[in-house]
Design a binder for this molecule. Structure first.
Ligand SMILES: Cc1ncc(COP(=O)(O)O)c(C=O)c1O
Length: 304
């Protein structure tokens, strides 16, 4: 991990190595904290944060769901994310990690009296699933872990605790020699990746499941908007694992994963075993948008 100079903590710039918390930090023990993953890309006008408003809104929505009273509002958080990018002198694309967490002072499961803190870290980060994966596709395993059911987990929140399941699925996939996990829902339909949403293409139709069992993904929404503007036919419906095996193309979307083609699922080669034609079109279009090369979508960028 490439260190930056400063991390924003409750309104102060703290040097990277001093950005610490107490061992009795409530979130560390009980998992109630909410976070975001946002990217800023180098454009010809400098760094620009992609869909800052939407990511910040989701952070506050996540806090609402998990009954955390944020100590900063939307405007303050947006400003803080811009400031932390200005304060650090980044030279390439950046990942931004805001987190609202419960601090030191109260133990036990009743969390409401725990002090609320917010921190924003940012660091230079390349592609999450590798440059090779972006170009040639990755190998994916359908996980033995089911995506946490909506009956007991509030999946609309990007909550710390929700990621234990994702971690176990990711670990299992890597241990088995794959690069990413694809989780099913309780009924056996495709839910999402460990940190991505999922798409297939069949007979030129782009198909992605509804967000019943996945995070309301900002990248997925962007890709759907791009597909629509290109005249690609879209279906939002459930997908079974056998339909994945016979898809012409498959790919993941996520802030970290961007648009990552999938070349193999459970030892079944997807399509030609390489990045598909529609996948490439959408991937190129996505990178044009985030890098500010497509002026039509400049309203999604916040220049730093
Ligand atoms: C579980 C999960 N699903 C999907 C996504 C993709 O969401 P987004 O495109 O908003 O980054 C993420 C990443 O935040 C995630 O963690």
């Amino acid at each position: 991990m490439k260190k930056a100079e400063y991390i924003w903590m409750d309104g102060e710039f703290v040097s990277w190595d001093e950005a610490k918390v107490h061992i009795l930090t409530h979130t560390l023990h009980y998992g109630n904290g909410v976070f975001e993953g946002t990217r800023a890309y180098m454009t010809d006008k400098g760094l620009a944060i992609f869909r800052l408003k939407e990511h910040t809104k989701r952070l506050l929505d996540s806090a609402k769901i998990t009954m955390i009273k944020p100590n900063f509002n939307q405007e303050e958080l947006e400003k803080a994310q811009i400031e932390i990018l200005r304060k650090n002198h980044f030279e390439s694309n950046v990942y931004i990690r805001p987190i609202i967490y419960l601090g030191y002072g109260v133990m036990g499961l009743y969390h409401v009296n725990a002090p609320v803190h917010t921190a924003i870290a940012a660091w230079e980060w390349g592609s999450y699933l590798g440059d090779e994966g972006l170009k040639n596709g990755i190998r994916v395993k359908i996980s033995s872990f089911v995506r946490s059911p909506v009956k007991s987990t509030m999946g609309k929140a990007k909550a710390v605790a929700n990621y234990l399941n994702s971690q176990m699925a990711k670990f299992e996939a890597l241990e088995c020699g794959y690069e990413e996990a694809l989780l099913l829902d309780e009924e056996g339909f495709i839910a999402e990746g460990s940190g991505e949403c999922f798409f297939i293409v069949r007979d030129k139709v782009l198909i992605t499941p509804p967000n019943d069992n996945s995070l309301e993904s900002i990248t997925q929404k962007t890709v759907l908007e791009l597909a629509k503007s290109m005249g690609i036919e879209i279906e939002r419906r459930r997908i079974t694992r056998d339909e994945v095996y016979i898809a012409d193309e498959a790919f993941f979307t996520g802030t970290a994963a961007e648009v990552t083609p999938i070349r193999e699922v459970d030892a079944r080669v997807i399509g030609d075993g390489k990045r598909g034609e529609i996948t490439k079109k959408l991937q190129d279009a996505y990178f044009d948008v985030v890098h500010g090369r497509d002026k039509k979508y400049e309203h999604y960028l916040t220049y730093v």
